[in-house]
Write a protein that binds this ligand. Sequence first.
Ligand code: IPM
Ligand code: MG
Length: 358
Amino acid sequence: MSKKILVLPGDGIGPEIMAQALKVLARLQRDFGLDIAIEHGLVGGVSYEAYGSPLTDETLLRARAADAVLLGAVGGTQWEALDISLRPEKGLLGLRSGLGLFANLRPAVLYPQLASASTLKPEVVSGLDIMIVRELTGGIYFGQPRGVRRLANGERQGFNTLVYSESEIERIGRVAFETAQKRGKRLCSVDKANVLECTELWREVMTSLAHDYPDVALTHMYVDNAAMQLVRAPKQFDVMVTTNMFGDILSDCASMLTGSIGMLPSASLNASGQGMYEPIHGSAPDIAGKGIANPIGTILSVAMMLKYSLGEPRLAGCIEQAVSTVLDQGLRTADIHTPDMRRVGTEEMGEAITAALG
Ligand code: IPM
Ligand code: MG
């Protein structure tokens, strides 16, 4: 039976980059025997415009019924003044929590062809291959209580809550240890245990889990130091595991090591292996509609979907190889362009990768 994919392009550059990912999928269906059924839906600002909500119950039900969800990006300046409960980002967070997607895998891999596109020196980033495991359904993003309240003196006060239960830390920790076992067997847990009790518990749980994974070398790092080490000597890292908010920040930071945030895919998985796949970049309203966005992060997200949800690691490899081939040909979108290369738009990049599938 064919696997069901729900495609949610979202806002801003989302539809443009998704169109390229769909070309790749169509080619795999036509010529490589990939058996999938694709459905389409709305999430984020476009869903708010159509239905008055950034994520409808119906879309969430369709996402639950799918084998995988492929998402573009959400958000835009026109929705920034809305109540926070109606903003596009709530649609994305609703999918993550509604599907129980607690494990977010964000690989930061440097294609050798892009060593000079990074803002860091080529020798600092060449050979870079990091996996950031970000907790995605807990922490300060979801903690209660939250809000803005009025103090007795009339002043307003904003507040959010950082909470993690032991079981939440343990389940993301196990994913991270298992990920490290399949890679370089080194795991760095990132926290702020010198200041925040919640992450002191995080460190304690990670340390106790290490006994179950004697082949993995566990280290700990404070998040401020981790941010610095990522730009100072990033190759010291193999797998990093961290909280929802620290992972959000560190993965943007790590993306620049690879040349551009436009390059990075992600997989968000739940306990039963169901997944949602999206590039880690946002909706980039400033370049939306201009046809210049980099579709590679989305196309590589398709590769992750093939690997983690569709049981097609060989086809995932074909996509990664096609991206590499096109970079070898010298094609570059604006974000990864260097003077001696050929600048192409979103469509041309998508078409070249589709053609390079062989
Ligand atoms: C990401 C994004 C989201 C996040 C936003 C759009 C809510 O920055 O996926 O990293 O903060 O998780
Ligand atoms: Mg982010």
